[in-house]
Design a protein around this ligand. Sequence first.
Ligand code: GLC
Length: 611
Amino acid sequence: MTSFLNPAQQSFVEDLLSRMTLAEKVGQMTQIEKNSVKPGDLARLSIGSVLSGGGGNPEPNTPQTWRNMVSAFIDESLKSRLGIPLIYGSDAVHGHNNVHGATIFPHNIGLGATRDPDLLRRIGRATALEACATDVRWTFAPAVSLPQDVRWGRTYEGYGQTPEIVVPLATALIEGLRGDGWDTPTSVLPSVKHYVADGATTWGTSTRVKPGEEDNPDRTMLLAEMPEDRRTLALRGAWQIDQGDARISEDELREAHLPPYRAALEAGALNVMVSYSMWQGQRMHEHHHLLTGVLKGELGFEGFIVSDWEAIQKLHVDFDLCVERSVNAGIDMVMVPFDYEEFIESLTRLVGAGRVAQARIDDAVRRILSVKVYLGLFEQPHTDPALLERLGSAEHHALAREATQKSCVLLKNDADLLPLRPEGPLLVAGRWADDIGLQCGGWTVSWMGGSGPTVPGTSILDGLREQLGQQHIHFDPDASGAQKYPLGLVVLGEENYSEGTGDRHTLALTDEHLAVLERARARCERLAVVLLCGRPQVITEQVGDMDALLVGFLPGSEGAGVADVLTGHAPASGKLSFDWPLTQGDLNRAEAQGWLYRIGDGLSYPPQGRP
Ligand code: GLC
């Protein structure tokens, strides 16, 4: 009995289920990454879903080529014996960010600083329209992680460190993705992730590579994709906490990390993605108690659970055991994502051997079909192509700029240095002031994002020139000139990273940052600093040299929104949603002894009239 379906829809699902072969049922439980689909297999195997992983773009990467690609996959699925439409999934985690031309919103750490559910609802709606423009009806968002140790490379995917911050914002985003109803043609299925307590893992417990195994072939292979020297990244701490073990009590799990899921389900979320991580030493992907007992049982989740990318393969060296343990634990669809025939053969074999019950298969497929029926995919497997004109629209860019303005947090402002009111020339230093790729961060067109003009948008420097005029601004990226200034602005930022590639032993300004800061400090009577970061940084020893400090986090494609706040064309209003550590010993919130700033900190000023 699926309560979110009406009786006619329930009958439709039961009738369809009764006519499906085991092979077709197993096909519906299979999700394949788009480059791994062999021609004709979507129809032949009745595949349930295809996805784009981070950077899984068509070439060329345009909204139209995206739509052509996704629509073709859907059309092929409709040629299956029973014509069950596939659902296409993509990580639209800060806008429809894989698509070149999409609006890129601030990452969640910045949105957390807005404390503005209405804004999140509007972002969800805009993101849904841009996803639907490309025929995508499933996004792997929102992450409802509560990152407790900010050394984690996925910290920026979290809205904040407490459920009080995360719940209202994640719920609002889901409501935005829903729009007027899940059964309306521009709703997009959210995937609430990563279940559960993905942000509570302990440093050094990453199961991908153990400490001291920097030369581990697995690490070397993983870092092979990295633009940097593999070992350097490994020694910085890559893959040391991501996918690690959450060594927390059940009380803490239930009080802190479960509430966002409860709220998401109440908001109608019908998909949950499982975390790679472990809880008390057991992997989530085989955790029957938390997947079936708690999520489906206690919380009454009636949607379907999807595994993470190649996650079940990490359960055991024997693949059949991986499939048996994950499906029996409660996973309904497996993001294989490559060798789908191996998965289909394995699960079919396990059912034949009685190691996976037919009833478990029927429950999984009933859940998948019910969501597809509820989204209206059978009646309307394609979205309206006219939505393409909404993708990257001026309206959405204006919304992104508003979000960027509201995500900025003013942490220091001696003698009201900000908003800037330059009488004479203004020195602007730091290459991050004019780099849209770096201000967007990871999960932007490619998995790790890039640098330079990667997407349409505005840099902070563009915004300063718009608000203050070209003549006043002297852009000197490394502050190596000799001229002195009454007023200077330095923009510093992190390099891009995603997932475990961003795990770091320490969070400190780099030698490059310090050199630019030192040179600018020596040349400017008064100096403001903008910090673009995906997580708190330890700046205790440097903040004294700053007359003002504004944190812009990862502002997305509209860096001009940061300039709006700097120049007073928008108010300073953001409040930290993460505690800021005092020392390198305070990076794990559970063990920290001291803080530089706390959750809720943030100075403010009203919008100023035009200078
Ligand atoms: C990744 C991430 C997950 C993402 C999925 C598909 O490994 O863990 O957040 O949704 O794979 O790209």
